[in-house]
Design a protein around this ligand. Structure first.
Ligand SMILES: C[S@@+](CC[C@H](N)C(=O)[O-])C[C@H]1O[C@@H](n2cnc3c(N)ncnc32)[C@H](O)[C@@H]1O
Length: 302
């Protein structure tokens, strides 16, 4: 899909990116995503949006107060969601990474705006912050919406994982299928090797960034919901995970980031460092039991 000029914004007022790089066309805009989304030439033509906003948990982002009143934060959330909806093309998909305390509001808002929910996925991690006043938080929601479910891009064969049938039971029938032997489309709870939060000396880690998301997460989203050459946009670029994975997989991309310091570091990652674990999301097993032996067992117990 080509770049589309918005007829409502005079050319002189259109936003322009701070950095661009060709092959595939990769851009980084500096500024508040609500302003940039409304004024960028690509408005209305984006194929896939992945948004991981500040959660209002008082994280010390460079140049951004992550401690709004609840009313302000809801207003902010609805405004950037609306700006994303306008940026998305008619066949586009949108993913939002959001914790428990705002997931319901995001779902309600997107439904009210006419988007359709395809999946309510959960990103499960096992390194939650210790607390004893309630259960330890070990998930964030990955909400998958689109404008038109029949026209959306959906590439299940690109993101298959090993089925439990194959990895636990060594079931011959799955290995004798005519295609995708031993594989299945992943379930809607995501975890496993390389799926943990990015911290410590993890090789993906970009120091100086807050809440960096693992590459495997973006790889699954981008491969499943876009094709090579499509335009992928992240309104809260942070360390640039979306742009890094999009570029590695031949997608055009736009990152938007309000902090110049953060954006510079993200740009270096996207254009010079690149993806560390390309392909790691594909073909893994997410089984929670080891392979079972069938010796001496029959029927249901086997
Ligand atoms: C949760 S982090 C994104 C992390 C990113 N997914 C990654 O993997 O590194 C949110 C980012 O959004 C930026 N940000 C906050 N408000 C913004 C706004 N209104 N417009 C653009 N960027 C914003 C913050 O500076 C921060 O870098």
């Amino acid at each position: 899909m080509g770049d589309v000029m918005d007829p409502h914004v005079p050319e002189s007022l259109l936003a322009s990116p701070a950095w661009t790089e060709p092959n595939p066309h990769t851009q980084m805009y500096l500024g508040d995503c609500r302003d940039v989304l409304a004024a960028m030439p690509e408005r209305g033509s984006v194929d896939l949006i992945f948004a991981d906003p500040p959660f209002n948990w008082d994280v010390p982002y460079d140049g951004w107060s992550d401690d709004m009143s609840r009313t302000q934060y809801e207003r902010f959330t609805f405004d950037w969601l609306d700006a994303c909806i306008d940026a998305l093309g008619p066949t586009g998909s949108m993913w939002v990474n959001i914790p428990d305390d705002t997931a319901a509001e995001v779902v309600m808002h997107l439904k009210r705006r006419g988007l359709l929910m395809i999946n309510w996925c959960v990103w499960h991690f096992r390194f939650g912050q210790h607390r004893d006043s309630s259960f330890i938080m070990s998930k964030v929601h990955a909400l998958y919406f689109c404008k038109d479910p029949t026209a959306r891009t959906w590439n299940p064969d690109e993101i298959l994982e090993m089925s439990d049938r194959a990895s636990i039971y060594g079931d011959k029938r799955t290995m004798e299928k005519s295609s995708n032997q031993g594989m299945r489309v992943p379930m809607d709870v995501w975890y496993g090797k390389y799926w943990g939060r990015i911290q410590g000396n993890n090789s993906e880690r970009r120091h100086g960034h807050q809440n960096q998301i693992p590459e495997v997460y973006l790889e699954r989203v981008i491969l499943a919901c876009s094709n090579e050459g499509d335009l992928v946009l992240d309104p809260f670029s942070g360390s640039g995970t979306t742009g890094t994975v999009a570029r590695a997989h031949g997608r055009r991309s736009i990152g938007i980031e309000q902090s110049e310091k953060t954006a510079k570091s993200a740009w270096e990652r996207i254009t010079q460092i690149g993806m560390k674990r390309k392909g790691a999301a594909i073909g893994q097993s997410s089984a929670i039991f080891k392979r079972r032996s069938n010796k001496g067992k029959t029927g249901e117990d086997a």
